[in-house]
Design a protein around this ligand. Structure first.
Ligand SMILES: [Zn+2]
Length: 461
């Protein structure tokens, strides 16, 4: 269970991400704890011999028989084989060991496309096992305090932790999002005593000119960023918001998080940021709030969009402002720009019917246009599985499409790696389920075994 301190922190983090705890979601959290001990026992029951010690696994060849294996569009009954850390052609190996899976279902692990849960040693220890239990092996952190990431990289470099991709700090306007979140909220937790100056250039990068964009991207690259994050927020009213925020009296008087006072990067700098990042070999992910931001991001040529427009709907903002126009949806689909929906980032029970309508309408528009929808939660108090459950309730993607999206999310986090398929040459990472998730989704609550790069993960309860 969560300790009181954690509860307090998660409540704040929820607000930071924008959110109010959703009671039903909160109650469902312990479901994620469905255990690995049970899973290991079930696999063992189907094994001819017990797993070998780790050092021998690296060289042995294992043939898995009698499994239903993920094809990308469903499951087919076939054998598969693992040699060391990779899948190999089962027809061309001499197996050291044979494992019979007794008709169980095998599929690639999942991805978490938008989380800030990896920022300190404590959060790695707290959240990595939780994600692995849900079958989430790959995560993207679009925004973090760079010096801390340097400290946790070695922890995350091991096979038995989640693999995480980082942007370090994101590019925004002076006093733009997420400055308020760091100063007003994060200083109450692990950044106690920090001032704005401690965060600038480390947790976020306030920029107003092309030269400053160039310098900020050079800096995050030097800090080890895997991609660049830009913040777009209410781009249609950027100028007036930026003018208000330039006034210290206005800033001091505002009640953070006050949606009306939040601002992002000058939209005119989005395209230059993408050009500069691409020239340095870095992809770009955009935070967006509404349809105007979505247009700026798509037209600028970003590689991924890290919220659906309207994810954090606020009272007073009408639905039409959240739905991208047909021409920009078509461009996003043509460019194949994935949108990490984070639909459950900020559930608000007081206005849940309105939020559900916004999410339903926007997700339907994205899906019908052929824009790839991806999975992420961006909330410390909720899990990736909570996002899946919320999207199932919204009902735009069916269970097959959700599982495809969940696997694709992981594959896109590490595009240079061969992950996301049970095919020769790919990393031998997979989940074993006791039923077909396309007909019994609850099988994902009780993952039988998790294998990462050829090795069974042993998770403590
Ligand atoms: Zn975020």
């Amino acid at each position: 269970m969560l300790c009181e301190w954690e509860m307090t922190m998660f409540d704040w983090m929820g607000r930071l991400a924008g959110g109010v705890w959703h009671a039903a979601m909160t109650r469902s959290l312990p479901l994620a704890m469905a255990g690995s001990a049970l899973g290991a026992a079930v696999l063992m029951a189907g094994s001819v011999t017990p797993p070998l010690p780790a050092q021998e696994v690296a060289v042995e060849t294992v043939l898995y028989r009698d499994a239903f294996v993920w094809t990308g569009a469903g499951f087919e009954q076939r054998d598969f084989a693992v040699a060391g850390e990779r899948f190999v052609d089962p027809a061309r190996v001499r197996a050291d060991r044979v494992v019979t899976l007794d008709g169980q279902y095998v599929l690639p692990p999942f991805g978490e496309g938008h989380t800030h849960k990896f920022e300190t040693e404590w959060t790695v220890q707290r959240f990595s096992p939780e994600m692995l239990r849900q079958g989430v092996f790959y995560a993207r952190n679009p925004g973090a305090y760079a010096p801390n990431i340097a400290r946790i990289r070695p922890l995350l470099a091991t096979r038995d932790t989640v693999d995480v991709s980082f942007s370090m700090g994101g590019l925004t306007a002076p006093h733009g999002h997420p400055e308020g979140a760091y100063i007003e909220v994060m200083t109450q937790f692990w950044y106690s005593g920090f001032t704005r100056e401690d965060f600038v250039g480390e947790a976020f990068h306030p920029v107003e000119t092309r030269d400053e964009v160039e310098a900020a991207i050079a800096r995050v690259q030097a800090q080890g960023a895997d991609f660049v994050k830009i913040f777009l927020q209410n781009s249609d009213t950027h100028a007036e918001r930026a003018r208000l925020l330039a006034d210290p009296d206005y800033r001091n008087a505002r009640d953070y998080p006050d949606f009306d006072s939040i601002v992002g990067l000058d939209p005119a700098l989005a395209a230059p940021a993408v050009q500069i990042a691409h020239a340095r070999g870095l992809s770009v992910g955009a935070h967006v709030s509404n349809a105007a931001d979505f247009r700026v991001a798509v037209e600028a040529g970003v590689d991924m969009i890290l919220h659906m427009p309207g994810a954090s709907w606020e009272p007073g903002y009408g639905l039409p402002s959240e739905v991208p126009a047909a021409d920009v949806l078509a461009l996003a689909a043509q460019r194949g720009i994935p949108v990490v929906a984070t639909a459950a980032v900020r559930l608000n029970p007081e206005h849940q019917d309105v939020m559900d309508e916004v999410h339903h309408t926007v997700l339907a528009a994205l899906h019908e246009a052929g824009v790839p929808i991806r999975i992420g939660i961006d909330n410390f108090g909720l899990t990736t599985r909570d996002e899946i459950d919320y999207q199932r309730a919204v009902g735009i993607l069916d269970d097959l499409a959700l599982i495809q999206a969940w696997i694709a999310t992981g594959r896109e986090i590490f595009p240079e790696r061969a992950i996301g398929a049970i095919e020769p040459g790919f990393e031998a990472s997979f989940l074993v389920l006791d039923a077909d998730p396309l007909t019994d989704f609850s099988t994902l609550d009780r993952i039988v075994v998790r294998v990462k790069e050829g090795q069974v993960l042993e998770l403590e309860d």
